[in-house]
Design a protein around this ligand. Structure first.
Ligand code: HAM
Length: 435
C-alpha cells in the first residue's frame, strides 16, 4: 500500500520558483532602501521564551490569547514560542546586548513570523515581515521618518492604490481616562454588542473600535474618541508629526478609531491600507512604543517602528501590474558524456570564475535534447563540448536568442577554450561579432 502524500501545514505556503523572482526583486529594493536611510540589520532567533511575547505584546491581545505557536521544550521544560512578530524579540536583544549604550539605533529585520489565525486570502499562519525599529529617539521626527520612508518605498516599487491612516493613542494616563468613558459608553449599548465585543469590554475595550462586524458600525461611530482625551503634550507631538508629513508631501487621514492589535503602543499608530486585496487590506502597520523596554525589564528607551506584510505587498504589486521573471542565465553548457562531460563541468567553473552565470547540463542525454534544455533555460548562449572540440582544446558557441544572422554566434562556431570566457563576455556586453 502506498503511503499518503505529505502536505504542507495549513496556512503555511511554499514559495515556488515561478513566484520567487518578484520576492527577490522586492527584497533587493528593500535592502537598498534601508541602507539609504542608515538602518542596520539585526537577526534574532525565530524561537523566544514565551514570556518575551506575553510581556511585550500584552496578555489580553488576540495574538497572545489565542494565536501563538507555543510549546514546552521536551528536554528542559522551557516555555517557548515561535515569534508572532519581531518587535518584542528585537527589544529583548537590544536590552540583552545593551545596544543603545552609546546612542540611538536604527534597526531592521526580515523573515517569517507565525500566528495561528484562520487562513484566508492574505492571512496565513506563516507569513513574512520586513520589520524596522528605531530605538532611543524620543521626538516625532523619527515617526515621520518612518512614514516618509515607507511612502518612498511604495514609489520605488511602483505601488499605488495605498493610503495612510494615522492616530495618536496618547500616554497610559490619557488612555486610562478614555478607557473608563469608553466602557461606560459600551455598557449603555450592551445589548447591541456581539459576543467578541462583550468579551473584550473589560479587558481590552479599545479593540472593540477595531471590530469588523458591520452591525457594530453605528455603536462604534458614536463612541468617544481618543483624540478628545489627549494632553496638550500628546496633542503637540501629534501635530508636529502631522506637519512634518504635510511638509514632506505625504497624504494621510486621521482615524481616531485606529487602535492596532498589539498592546505596546503609545502616541503614534498608523496603518497603510489598500482596497485592492479584499478584507485583508492592511499591508503595513506600526507606531511608537515608549513603555516597551521598561515593560521587558530594561532601562526606559523610547522606540518606534513598523512591519510590512510581505505576502500582502507582493500581491498588491501583482495587482499593480508588477511582474518579474528570473534574470536570464548567460550560458548553458552541453557535452557528449564521458571525458567531454568532465571537461564541460570544469569549463563551466572557469566561466563562473570569469563572472558569468552558467548552468551545466548534469547527467547524460543526446545533444539534441540538451540543446532543447539549453533553450528552455533562458540562457543567451549554449557552449558545446563534443569529442571533436575536446580533442582540439576548443569549445563551440551557439547563440540561442539571435535575432538576425549578424548577431554574434548566430551560426555555431568554435573558439579556443582559453578564449571562451572573453568571447562570451564580448558577445554579451557589446554584441560585436567575434571572429
Ligand atoms: P502587525 O500589524 O501585527 O504589526 O503586522 C504587520 C503587518 O503584517 C500587517 O500590516 C500585515 O500586513 C501583516 N500580517 C499580519 N498578520 C498577518 C497574517 N496572518 N498573514 C499575512 N500577513 C499578516 C506588527 O507585527 C508590529 N510588530 C509592527 C511594529 C514594529 N510596530 C512597531 N514596530
Amino acid at each position: 500500500m502506498s503511503k499518503p502524500r505529505l502536505a504542507a501545514v495549513r496556512g503555511m505556503n511554499d514559495l515556488l520558483p515561478s513566484e520567487a523572482p518578484l520576492w527577490e526583486w522586492f527584497e533587493a529594493r528593500v535592502l537598498d532602501w534601508l541602507r539609504s536611510y542608515g538602518y542596520q540589520q539585526i537577526r534574532t532567533p525565530i524561537l523566544e521564551h514565551t514570556e518575551v511575547f506575553v510581556r511585550g505584546i500584552g496578555e489580553v491581545t488576540d495574538i497572545v490569547e489565542k494565536e501563538m505557536y507555543s510549546f514546552e521544550d521536551r528536554l528542559n521544560g522551557e516555555q517557548l514560542t515561535l515569534r508572532p512578530e519581531f518587535t518584542a524579540g528585537v527589544i529583548r536583544a537590544v536590552l540583552e546586548h545593551n545596544l543603545t549604550y552609546d546612542g540611538p539605533r536604527r534597526l531592521w529585520s526580515i523573515g517569517p513570523v507565525f500566528r495561528h489565525e484562520r487562513p484566508q486570502r492574505g492571512r496565513y499562519r506563516q507569513f513574512h515581515q520586513v520589520n524596522v525599529e528605531a530605538l532611543g529617539f524620543a521626538g516625532p521626527d523619527i515617526d515621520a521618518e518612518h512614514i516618509v520612508m515607507l511612502a518612498r518605498l511604495w514609489k520605488i516599487v511602483g505601488l499605488t492604490r495605498i493610503r495612510l491612516e494615522l492616530n495618536c493613542l496618547g500616554q497610559a494616563e490619557e488612555r486610562a481616562r478614555y478607557r473608563t468613558d469608553l466602557i461606560a459608553y459600551f455598557e449603555r449599548h450592551l445589548q447591541r454588542l456581539d459576543a467578541d465585543a462583550r468579551r473584550r469590554l473589560y479587558t481590552n475595550p479599545l479593540r472593540i473600535l477595531d471590530s469588523k462586524n458591520a452591525e457594530l458600525a453605528d455603536v462604534v461611530a458614536g463612541a468617544p474618541r481618543i483624540t478628545d482625551y489627549l494632553s496638550a503634550e500628546s496633542r503637540g507631538f501629534f501635530e508636529r508629526l502631522q506637519s512634518l508629513l504635510t511638509a514632506a508631501g505625504v497624504a494621510f487621514t486621521v482615524n481616531p478609531r485606529l487602535v492596532r492589535g498589539l498592546d505596546y503602543y503609545n502616541l503614534t499608530v498608523y496603518e497603510w491600507i489598500t482596497d485592492a486585496l479584499g478584507s485583508q487590506g492592511t499591508v503595513c502597520g506600526g507606531g511608537r512604543y515608549d513603555p516597551l523596554a521598561e515593560r521587558m525589564g530594561g532601562r526606559s528607551t523610547p522606540g518606534c517602528g513598523f512591519a510590512i506584510g510581505m505576502e500582502r505587498v507582493i500581491e498588491l504589486l501583482r495587482a499593480c501590474g508588477q511582474g518579474q521573471t528570473a534574470p536570464a542565465l548567460d550560458v548553458y553548457v552541453v557535452h557528449q558524456g564521458g571525458a567531454t562531460a568532465q571537461a564541460a563541468f570544469l569549463l563551466a567553473e572557469r566561466l563562473r570564475d570569469a563572472g558569468l552565470d552558467v548552468a551545466y547540463h548534469a547527467g547524460e542525454a543526446s545533444l539534441k535534447s540538451q540543446m532543447k534544455k539549453a533553450d528552455a533555460s533562458g540562457a543567451e548562449f549554449a557552449v558545446i563540448i563534443g569529442e571533436r572540440e575536446l580533442a582540439a582544446g576548443e569549445a563551440a558557441i551557439k547563440a540561442l536568442r539571435a535575432q538576425n544572422a549578424q548577431a554574434p554566434f548566430a551560426r555555431q562556431s568554435t573558439v579556443p577554450q582559453e578564449k571562451l570566457a572573453e568571447a562570451l563576455i564580448d558577445a554579451l556586453t557589446d554584441g560585436s561579432p567575434e571572429d
